[in-house]
Design a protein around this ligand. Structure first.
Ligand code: FE
Ligand code: FE
Ligand code: ZN
Length: 276
């Protein structure tokens, strides 16, 4: 099954997102769990969540992706930001217990000068705490472009965190094609090589979802600027190879390209036509 969708505005609730996804030919989608630059959440609407679950079953919508706000930083140098981040993370997971098929997408964090190792330790500690509460929804750490002091720009960062948290937890990785490429892994020129490296470092079995984006800047630029499919430095054929790769083809693919709904509908159609 090919699960393809895009980032959608969450303002009108789950049922509305499900209907919007269906209208643009998507069978997965992504949304911000709450205000991406603040932390405020919509009122909890259990009715809306239940209606969405029914719609998702009816329409065959697969696993959807709740993206954490950008303001979370589990490895901030400020204790109150770390605490805020962990509280939000936990609250989001509590709410997501009401959604049938969903994963939680989190940027690992930025160590803001404390050093990579300290950052990794703080992230692992916070995640261990939250994962011990036993929520159903898996947390997927996103592969990052490696801007500034971002953790997760190297596969080893993610491997270390997973290792520290320990096996058997609902913790995995979400791969963002633009970020991986910008981080210096040539997903466009050597897909098999990068996937082999990821497999040896992190494990492909840990991969739970994919962000499909072209990149405005070149390999290793560390810029993290998404481009429309086929209009960036990766190119359409590279992205088509990704959606058709036998080791990736069952993952939910979501677009985070600079598009309105019509643009997303067109990219979804293009990718469906290129799925073998
Ligand atoms: Fe992200
Ligand atoms: Fe992303
Ligand atoms: Zn990005």
């Amino acid at each position: 099954m090919f699960y393809i969708g895009c980032h959608l505005p969450a303002g009108k609730g789950y049922l509305h997102m499900g209907e919007t996804a269906a209208a643009i030919g998507a069978n997965t989608f992504q949304f911000f769990s709450r205000n991406p630059r603040g932390g405020t959440a919509r009122a909890l609407d259990l009715e809306d969540m239940a209606s969405y679950n029914r719609l998702a079953d009816e329409l065959g919508i697969g696993t959807i992706v709740a993206h954490a706000p950008y303001t979370l930083n589990l490895c901030s140098d400020k204790a109150h930001i770390r605490e805020f981040s962990q509280t939000i993370l936990q609250e989001d997971l509590e709410r997501l217990e009401n959604i049938g098929r969903v994963v939680y997408n989190l940027h690992p964090g930025s160590h803001v000068g404390q050093g990579r190792e300290q950052g990794i330790l703080l992230i692992a500690r916070a995640l261990t705490d939250v994962l011990n509460k036993g929520f159903r929804t898996p947390i997927l750490l996103e592969t990052m472009a490696g801007k500034g002091s971002e953790i997760g720009g190297r596969f080893e960062d993610l491997a270390r965190i997973l290792d520290l948290v320990g096996a058997g937890c609902r913790l995995g990785v979400l791969m963002d094609s633009c970020h991986v490429f910008d981080a210096g892994y040539d997903l466009a020129g050597d897909l098999d090589g990068v996937l082999d490296l990821f497999d040896r470092t992190v494990g492909l079995d840990k991969l739970g979802a994919f962000h499909l984006n072209d990149s405005l800047h070149g390999l290793g630029s560390k810029k993290d600027r998404h481009a429309k499919i086929g209009e960036g430095k990766m190119g359409l054929s590279a992205l088509v190879r990704i959606i058709n790769h036998p080791r990736l083809s069952d993952l939910p693919f979501n677009l985070e390209t600079p598009n309105d709904l019509d643009g997303y509908a067109a990219e979804i159609k293009l990718l469906k036509a290129n799925r073998s």
